[in-house]
Write a protein that binds this ligand. Structure first.
Ligand code: R5P
Length: 320
């Protein structure tokens, strides 16, 4: 089965192809001088993309990549449908090979815009998922910030997680005594990591004042003399982690590390984190200087889940 990618997630796509023993194909993705995007399925990949189900690995961050992802879905759909109308050198006959496009998104940009905080705002995370789902037959999302983004999506969706790989990495490199979720949103992920390692777990309550300012409700944590890892889905400015780390150190933690799936590290986050925590551990869901865990195994689990759901659906259609 082919695993294809454009400019946004080539390393992850190659890792996924290796993980599941499929072949990676690079799509052509470049920019015109005026910055408009151009994508193309190269001639040597057309047969592979028409012969079996195909996995497109692409992110939706930053903005330009959202369009690239949509254009790649359109190109793959056209290739699979045999759609060659408007071809400059004349029409070539080709058949429709049917559904079978899985979009695997290592980092789903816009995932935090999952609620309407004021009248007049769009729920951008849900809108984007709806638009993307029109171009594929199954979606795989890695450590999605909140499930609300995929509410009402009618194709199979696998919400996969890199927490097993993160747990395994921190168990061997840090040997933590305690896991902390810095807010209520990360409780399930952090709890899963704590259970996999077999150490206690707690969480903080966080209130976001604005994009750069957060407040934690004070809470007694049993961390005196302990090595603690704060686990979150993503680190952006680092503000959440730094505040949580300060609370842990005030209560006697001897070492504090941060682990996340998505290392955005915006606006000076790396030096800010360096002055608050002993180490930062992220996956390679998007390129970042702290990517020490591969997200390919987690994506592979998601792809298998979607393939199973599509196969079960085909069986049901045959029986009906
Ligand atoms: C929000 O709830 C997320 O799970 C993260 O905690 C948040 O996005 C981290 O942002 P920052 O690093 O800017 O505090």
């Amino acid at each position: 089965m082919p695993v294809v990618s454009g400019s946004s997630a080539r390393v992850v796509a190659e890792g996924l192809a290796d993980e599941i023993g499929w072949q990676h194909h690079s799509l052509e993705a470049r920019r015109f001088p005026d910055s408009e995007g151009y994508v193309r399925v190269p001639a040597q990949s057309i047969e592979a993309i028409r012969s079996e189900a195909v996995v497109l690995v692409a992110t939706t961050f930053p903005d330009q990549v959202v369009l690239e992802t949509l254009f790649m879905l359109e190109a793959i759909n056209d290739v699979r449908r045999g759609e060659l109308s408007s071809l400059r050198d004349g029409l070539v006959e080709s058949s429709d090979v049917g559904p079978g496009i899985i979009l695997a998104i290592p980092y789903y940009g816009y995932s935090r815009q999952d609620k309407r905080f004021q009248p007049g705002e769009p729920v951008t995370a849900r809108f984007l998922a709806r638009v993307l789902s029109r171009g594929c037959d199954g979606l795989v999302l890695l450590d999605l910030h909140a499930q609300e983004a995929v509410t009402g999506i009618s194709i199979p969706v696998a919400l996969t997680s890199a927490m097993p790989e993160i747990a395994s990495h921190i168990r061997t490199t840090i040997e933590p005594d305690y896991i902390l979720s810095p807010d209520e949103g990360a409780i399930e992920r952090a709890r899963a990591v704590a259970e996999m390692i077999g150490v206690p777990f707690s969480h903080l309550e966080k209130r976001r004042i604005d994009a750069h300012t957060i407040e934690h409700t004070p809470k007694d944590l049993d961390v005196k003399g302990k090595v603690v890892v704060i686990v979150d889905d993503m680190i952006s400015t680092g503000g959440t982690i730094c505040k949580a780390s300060d609370a842990l150190r005030r209560q006697g933690a001897t070492a504090v590390h941060a682990a996340c799936t998505h290392g955005l590290f915006t606006g000076g986050a790396i030096p800010r984190l360096a002055s608050h925590v002993d180490g930062v551990h992220a996956t390679d869901s998007l390129p970042n200087p702290r990517a020490v865990v591969s997200c390919a195994p987690a994506l592979a689990r998601g792809v298998r889940q979607v393939l199973d759901e599509l196969a079960a659906h085909d069986q049901e259609s045959l029986v009906a």
